[in-house]
Design a protein around this ligand. Structure first.
Ligand code: C5P
Length: 399
């Protein structure tokens, strides 16, 4: 773990029995060369003493807004700016809920709300609390807010029940932070062009042909590429997602508009990733009035083929440019993906199949296989942000 050296890390500890493991985590972070400031909730102190934590971190532990006798104010704002990362381990159900809703009634949550740096949480709780819809909802909110969730393990819990909710081991948490810093700036100076989401092909002013793509995979890739220092342009079809922070986002509707936007940028692009689910066909004409149910004699809609954006860029591609496509397949998955790799002149194709539960459209997870001319790497089912990191690792390796 060489990437933690000199990093400023806030270690947030909330009140769960797994707080005893935070001592090991603190020790590992300090040993790896990080400067660690512990912020503990009032309940956290019932599980582990500030004396142990301050001895190991070499810094007074912060818990209250003020030091009782001197009235000295602890600035969560300064702390939020100081940090290169914040990791909350254990993150109890209550702390996750407060984070998700902004209930800033302790120093840990005010620090979280002020943190400019990436935030990691390692949830720890009993299996029923973990499985409760409230917890799932709060975790989904936090993920959507960009918080990295280090998923809990299945194992024996403090209640002696066995289930999901055991905090990930300190070594794994430290490794996740190390990997995060290792990935930073690997795309500095690179221009990345991304397509994401569906395209809508208009039939009339109120109807369109489209598909169920949510855009989540492409948006996760845009965020991750931005985090790695790339200059990212995201050409997005209609989605319900907020524009990723720090990413130039161009909103388009149809495949033709998407192609046009890509062509404007492509000559300056180092890496183009085509994650959009582009409609293959568009209505031959878009009527300027709403098609009436009773009339217009429209039983059949005449369609015309849309341009293939990936293949068009594949034709224009020059040495030094990298083009990555996606393939969502239902059958003969690998053979079809390889055929697309060649036909569209791609350097790499990311295959997902609808046969895999949790993969494909609309979900927060995906399971992909990354295929290039001479390599094939199959990844497990993961959160789309983790999948984005895997895909960009493969791209960086092949740059
Ligand atoms: O041929 P198929 O649609 O399966 O290919 C999928 C890949 O090609 C994806 O990367 C998708 O973004 C891209 N594509 C495109 N323009 C199209 C159709 C697909 O860029 N018209």
């Amino acid at each position: 773990m060489t990437n933690l050296k000199g990093k400023h890390i806030i270690l947030g500890i909330s009140g769960g029995i797994a707080a005893y493991k935070s001592v090991v985590l603190l020790r590992l972070l300090v040993k790896a060369g990080a400067e660690v400031q512990v912020v503990i909730t009032p309940h956290g102190k019932e599980f582990i003493t500030p004396v142990t934590l301050s001895s190991l971190s070499g810094k007074p532990v912060i818990s209250e807004f003020f030091t009782a006798n001197t009235g000295e104010w602890h600035s969560h704002v300064d702390l939020g700016l100081w940090a290169d990362a914040m990791v909350i381990a254990p993150a109890t159900a209550s702390t996750l809920a407060k984070m998700a809703t902004g209930v800033a009634d302790n120093m840990l949550i005010t620090t979280y709300l002020s943190a400019k740096a990436p935030v990691f949480v390692a949830p720890a709780m009993d299996l029923d609390m973990m499985a409760h819809p409230t917890t799932s909802r709060n975790l989904a909110t936090l993920k959507a807010d960009g918080v990295h969730v280090i998923e809990p393990e299945v194992g024996e819990l403090a209640s002696h029940l066995v289930g999901r909710g055991r905090m990930e081991e300190p070594e794994k948490i430290a490794q996740a932070l190390d990997a995060f810093f290792a990935a930073e700036q690997t795309l500095k100076g690179k221009k990345v062009l991304l397509t994401a989401g569906p395209t809508y092909e208009r039939l009339d002013p109120v109807r369109f042909i489209g598909n169920f793509s949510s855009g989540k995979m492409g948006y996760a890739l845009a965020e991750e590429a931005g985090r790695r220092g790339a200059d990212v342009t995201l050409v997005a079809g209609p989605t319900a997602l907020a524009d990723p922070i720090g990413v130039k986002t161009i909103h388009v509707e149809s495949a033709r508009q998407m192609l046009e936007a890509c062509l404007k940028d492509f000559s300056r692009t180092d890496i183009a990733i085509m994650a959009a689910a582009v409609a293959d066909y568009a209505p031959k004409q878009c009527l300027d009035h709403k098609i009436k149910r009773e009339h217009d004699g429209i039983e059949n809609i005449e369609l015309v083929k849309n341009p293939d954006i990936a293949a068009s860029l594949g034709q224009l591609k020059t040495a030094g440019q990298m083009l990555v496509g996606f393939a969502l397949e239902t059958d003969n998955a690998e053979a079809n993906a390889r055929e697309k790799l060649l036909r569209k002149n791609l350097d790499m194709i990311v295959l997902n199949t609808l046969a895999d539960a949790g993969a494909g459209f609309g979900t927060d997870t995906n399971k992909v296989t990354v295929i290039s001319q001479d390599e094939k790497i199959a990844f497990g089912l993961k959160d789309k942000h983790a999948v984005a990191a895997d895909i960009l690792d493969c791209i960086c390796k092949n740059l």
